[in-house]
Structure formats: C-alpha cells, structure tokens
Design a protein. Structure first.
Length: 308
C-alpha cells in the first residue's frame, strides 16, 4: 500500500515537471512575440549612453589619478626645498617624505575610485580597523617610533656627539626611527630605544664649544699653598690650550681632608682639547710640584697608645 502511494506521488511530480505540448507552444509563442516587439533602437541607444557614461567616468578617474600624482610630486619638491633650507636631518627627511607620499597616494586612489561610483566608506572602515589592530599590536614599537620623530625634530644630539643617556655613554653613530646607536670608547655598540632616551636626561658633552677642566690635587699638611698655587698657575699659563675666557684659570684650597689638603684647579679649554689638556697637566703636576717642595701624601692615621 505504501509503495503504491509513493508511486502515485512520483507520477505527479513528473507530470508537474514535464509541461504539456500546448503550454510549451504558448510559452514559445509569447517569447517570440516579445523578441520581435522589442525596440532594438532604444535598447541600443540606452547601451551606448551607458557605455559613454562609464567610459567618461573611467577617463575622469584616470585624469584624477594622474593630476593627483602631479600635485603630490609638486608638494614633495616644495618639502625638499624647505628641508634643504632648514638643514633637516636626512633620516627625518626620508621618513616625512615617504609618509606624505603614501598618504597623498591613498587619497588620490580613493578619489579616483569614488569617481567610478564605488562607495569608499567601506575601504575607510577597513583601513581604520587595520590601523587600530596594528597600533595595539605594536604599541611599544610605535612609542619608539614617536620617540625617534621627537629626537629628529628637537635634535638634542647629532651624529658624532658624545653623550650619556640611560646609564650608557658613547659617541652617537646613528639616529634611527626606533633606536639610537652609540659607540663606546672600547668599541662596543649600544642600541638605546628612542622611547626611553627621548624622555630621559641626556648629557651632551660635544655640543658646547668650550668646557671647564678641573683637577683635584692632594698635598701634605705643612706644605706652602702659595708655592703650589704659583707653580700650577705657571704651568697653565705656559699651555696655549688654556683659555682666559669665559674665566681665567684659578687655584683654590677646596678641602681640609683627614690626610691631605685638597687643592681644586679649574681652567677653560676648547672641547676638542679637553682630555689632552687634562692628561698633560696631570703629568706636569706630578713631575714638577715635588721639585717645588710640594709633597703628595699617602693616606695615614695617627694611633695613640696609652700604657696603664
């Protein structure tokens, strides 16, 4: 019984799928009638109008793209001339130039796409989402990047300067967008993150043209301080590297220590002559002061012994 019902259902389905000849002939006649009644002239005119409109939009989009490229190159040339006048650092110049070129190119492409009738709001949403995701993933790197831009703009130090920052000292070899490279006197290379160095104290020893050189000299109690002062000032006056501006050399009694009298000697010199002058005067003091009767004491302690 069930099999018979299923057979009848299948027969009905087949009959519904296969149309009778009369219905097929009626549908064919209707299709042929519509085909011959179609206004092909209007259809062709509409097609030509749409083709011309699409072609015009394509030409306009191409024109906007090339005009945008010309405007971008013109702006970049103005920036290059401005950078040359202001002596902007090469690293910062290349970075700003590349960033402005990328931004201008994106704007030109979006303008050209919108001319074709494409809605650019979805593109902007995608770019914004991607930018947010990348910014969150690279937050530390972006901080170093921002620090590099600040350093290149403010320029607290330049390549070749000897600086101390973040507990590290060395000569600046390069200033990148993410880190500053220092070369130590023993030829070690140190990379300091820009985010740290841009927000910390930086000692720049190379920026001033002149620096004050200072010596601390210990002499024995009982030695003549005037003789020591005269001998040291004579040494300084004989050295052409010692400057009289912004102040003349001076020798003062700085401290009465436990085992010695401490003399402070101060003199000004050009930055390039700082260490050479310091070492040479050190050697002369060691060799010539004893000839004047001035002694360098060793640390000593007086011990008093009491006998009951």
């Amino acid at each position: 019984m069930t099999f018979l019902l299923q057979s009848e259902d299948a027969t009905k389905i087949v009959e519904n799928l296969i149309l009778p000849d009369s219905v097929q002939k009626a549908q064919l006649t209707e299709a042929v009638t519509k085909l011959f009644k179609t206004d092909y002239n209007a259809l062709m005119n509409n097609f030509i109008e749409q083709a011309l409109w699409i072609g015009l939009k394509i030409i306009l989009a191409i024109a906007i793209y090339y005009i945008g490229k010309i405007v971008t190159n013109w702006i970049l040339r103005i920036l290059d001339r401005s950078f040359d006048r202001r002596n902007v650092d090469l690293s910062l110049r290349n970075f700003l130039r590349s960033m402005i070129k990328v931004v201008m190119t994106i704007l030109v492409i979006l303008a050209a796409i919108q001319t074709l009738g494409v809605n650019t709001s979805s593109f902007l949403a995608i770019f914004a989402s991607a930018g947010l995701a990348i910014g969150m993933a690279l937050s530390g790197t972006l901080q170093n990047f921002a620090g590099g831009v600040i350093l290149l703009l403010l320029r607290p130090y330049r390549i070749g300067d000897y600086i101390t920052a973040q507990g590290q000292s060395g000569t600046v070899k390069s200033i990148g967008l993410f880190s500053t490279q220092l070369s130590t006197p023993d030829n070690r290379i140190i990379y300091v993150p820009n985010s740290a160095i841009s927000s910390s104290i930086v000692d720049n020893y190379s920026q001033p043209t002149v620096r004050r050189v200072e010596w601390k000299i210990s002499i024995s109690y009982g030695d003549d301080i005037d003789v020591a002062r005269k001998a040291i000032l004579e040494m300084l006056s004989q050295d052409s590297r010692v400057l009289t501006e912004p102040a003349a050399p001076m020798v003062v009694l700085a401290e009465l220590a436990d085992s010695a009298v401490i003399i402070s000697v101060r003199a000004w010199a050009a930055n390039d002559n700082y260490w050479a002058l310091y070492w040479d005067i050190n050697e002369r003091i060691y060799k010539e002061l004893p000839l004047k009767g001035i002694n360098f004491p060793f640390p000593q302690m007086d011990i008093h012994i009491k006998q009951n």
